[in-house]
Structures are given as structure tokens and as C-alpha cells.
Design a protein around this ligand. Structure first.
Ligand code: A2P
Length: 351
């Protein structure tokens, strides 16, 4: 079929990548609508060589739309996703607004495409850090079983949007020039204090919960369970814990992951083979030749890059790996468009 597509947040860090991913996708696009806030209404963006005028998002923006891709913040999704669905669109939402709703599939197509069968017009795209982690772990789980995961993330500033990228670059320039700079965005736009990100690491992504974990860490725990444990966000089949940090990298998140498998005969070579044969994963694991994944190489690519796979030296059946992926592509725009491609192929791109 041919689809009328809307991109909500078309001027943002993720939205601009969504445009590119739709351009490159197998989807047949009849027409595309670029939606943002009233501030950028009237500006122009390109789609397949044609200029398209950005419009302010209103409920009626969704009249006649078949597929709406949202990445303009949770409150925009909460306000307009129901309006889009009411008008007959299927919504793929990149925010955290609906991810934990039991009626909303949370999908990484290579891992749990079958969950798409249950959609009621809305599919949630997981958090960027969750996506690349389950991309690395799913082939291992399929082959050896998985009981425990401990992850530490090193996340790029683009995860916090275009303003965070600009702030980090301006701050870096000011720092090198010996000038004062007052941060206003990072670590979290809405939190009380702001800290320097340039030449610094901040162990805070999203706001703190009462238990001492940040909301980003909470998301990694419960989204991973929902995706890998049949939709149960509180499953104890896999124990997961996370520490999330922000590093002064523009694009592509890195993760150091410790994991325990059920099959105690698991080997590094077996894990490498499983990853090599998994759609969307690329093995970059050759320590003798200093081959391992790096953000500057992963930026702009759709795949998840995995390396440094090694056994824990003291705990049999436990391993470590290093994982890098473009947080704006597989972590957001590409995963969303890939969901749309799967829906189309499964004849599910309709309410
Ligand atoms: P705008 O450019 O008009 O502000 P980022 O993640 O890079 O910060 O981008 C956020 C995206 O969400 C931008 O495209 C932004 O549009 C859009 N946006 C922000 N607020 C709204 C709103 N109230 N309605 C629709 N889009 C919004």
C-alpha cells in the first residue's frame, strides 16, 4: 500500500533523522507532512529532493494520515497521539509516554516483532540505550539463555536533543578559549541544577527516582524485561540493573555490559558466532588488531556494533562486552521506521 506519513518533531535531532530514514525505506510514501511547534512553522525541510513546509501540530494535522512518527517529547505525544489514532493513523511513538502501557507493544523488530500483532494503533519505540542493549543480548539469550545483566552506559549528548548538542559544543569552545559558560540544558532540561558537560562525565540522565536510580536507569531495567520477557515489565526471568552516564560525545552511545548465561558451557566464540549471525548486529572484536566499536565509527550507521567479548575471569558462565550504536538511528529514528516497515510487511499498518 501507499501511505500518507506525518513526522511530529520534524525539526528535532531525531525528527530530522526520521525524515532520512523514511527517504531510504521500503515504504511507499504518497505524501509526507512535517509537523513541529509553532516556532518553526513555515520553515522548509527537504524530502526526496522536494521542499516541504513545516506546519504547527494541531489535532486536525492528522486528518488523512495513515502513519504518524512522533519524536517531540512525551507531553506532545500524550496530547496528539490519541488525536492521530482517532483519525485513523497508526502511531509509532519515540517518547517514553506510553512504553509501559500493557496495551502498547514495545518493539525492537529483530527481537520481538511478534508483539506487533497486538497493537491497537500505537506502538512504542524503546529508549535508545535499551534498544542497543537488547540488540547485543538477544542472540546470546536465544543461544545460551540469560539470567542477569549489569550495564553501565556512556551516552552521547544528542540523546538530550539539538539544544544539548549545541550547548556541549559552545561550552567546549568557551572552555578552550578560557571563557565563562553557564549551562542551561544538561544534564536534564527540567531539573534544578545544570552542570558542565564539556570535558566532563555526568552520572545523571533524566531525573532521580526516590530509590536513588535515575529514570533512565529505571527505563533500561523495565523496558528490557518488557521486550525480552514476553511483555512483562516486572519479570524476574532476567535480573537487570543499570548505571547511566553522559559523556561529551555528539552521537552514538556506548555500553559496558556484564551478563550471566544459563548454559555454563557458553564460550566467547559461540557468543561471537551468535552475534555475527543476528540481523542488525556487527561484530567488531579483534583485540590483537585493536578492533573494537567506537562512537565516531558508529555515528550515521544503522547497525549495533559489538566487541570486547570476554569471559569473566572468576565467575563461570559470565561475560563482558562493549556495545556501540547511533542513538539517533537504531536508538530512535531507524528503529521507528523499521517498525513501520515490519507493520507494512505483516499487513498491520492499519488501526
Ligand atoms: P520546534 O523546532 O518547532 O521547537 P529536539 O529533540 O532536538 O529538542 O527536538 C524536539 C522537536 O519537538 C522539535 O522538532 C520541536 O519543534 C518539536 N516540538 C517541541 N514542542 C512541540 C510542540 N508543542 N508541538 C509540536 N512539536 C514540538
Amino acid at each position: 500500500s501507499e501511505y500518507n506519513v506525518a513526522i511530529v518533531g520534524a525539526t528535532g535531532a531525531v525528527g530530522t533523522r526520521m525524515i532520512k530514514m523514511v527517504e531510504q525505506s521500503k515504504l511507499h510514501v504518497k505524501a509526507i507532512k512535517m509537523l513541529a511547534s509553532k516556532h518553526s512553522a513555515g520553515t522548509k525541510v527537504k524530502f526526496r529532493g522536494q521542499e516541504v513546509t513545516v506546519e504547527e501540530t494541531t489535532p486536525d494535522s492528522f486528518t488523512g494520515i495513515d502513519l504518524a512518527l512522533f519524536s517531540a517529547g512525551g507531553s506532545v505525544s500524550k496530547q496528539y497521539a490519541p488525536e492521530a489514532i482517532k483519525r485513523g493513523a497508526v502511531v509509532i511513538d519515540n517518547t517514553s509516554a506510553f512504553r509501559m502501557d500493557p496495551d502498547v507493544p514495545l518493539v525492537v523488530p529483530e527481537v520481538n516483532a511478534e508483539a506487533l500483532q497486538q497493537h491497537h494503533g500505537l506502538i512504542a519505540n524503546p529508549n535508545c540505550s535499551t534498544i542497543q542493549m537488547v540488540m547485543a543480548l538477544e542472540p546470546i539469550r536465544e543461544k545460551y539463555g540469560l539470567s542477569r545483566v549489569i550495564v553501565t552506559t556512556l551516552q552521547a549528548v544528542s540523546g538530550a536533543g539539538n539544544r544539548a548538542i549545541k550547548e556541549t559544543l559552545d561550552e567546549s569552545r568557551a572552555y578552550l578559549d578560557g571563557k565563562e559558560y553557564t549551562p542551561e540544558v544538561l544534564p536534564v532540561k527540567g531539573d534544578k541544577k545544570h552542570y558542565q558537560q564539556a570535558f566532563n562525565v555526568l552520572p545523571q540522565i533524566d531525573v532521580f527516582e526516590d530509590d536513588g536510580y535515575t529514570h533512565e536507569e529505571w527505563k533500561m531495567i523495565h523496558e528490557t524485561k518488557k521486550i525480552m520477557c514476553g511483555g512483562d515489565m516486572n519479570s524476574d526471568d532476567i535480573q537487570v540493573t543499570a548505571t547511566c552516564s553522559r559523556v561529551p560525545v555528539p552521537v552514538a552511545h556506548s555500553e559496558s555490559i556484564y551478563f550471566e548465561v544459563l548454559d555454563k558451557n557458553a564460550t566467547v566464540e559461540g557468543i561471537q558466532d551468535a552475534i555475527k549471525n543476528f540481523d542488525g548486529d556487527v561484530l567488531q572484536d579483534d583485540p590483537a588488531n585493536q578492533i573494537y566499536p567506537q562512537p565516531i565509527n558508529a555515528a550515521g550507521k544503522k547497525e549495533t556494533f559489538i566487541g570486547r567479548i570476554r569471559p569473566d575471569l572468576e565467575n563461570k558462565g559470565s561475560f563482558h562486552l562493549w556495545n556501540v550504536s547511533d542513538n539517533l538511528l537504531k536508538g530512535a529514528a531507524w528503529n521507528s521506521v523499521e517498525i513501520a516497515e515490519y507493520l507494512d510487511e505483516m499487513d498491520l499498518l492499519r488501526v
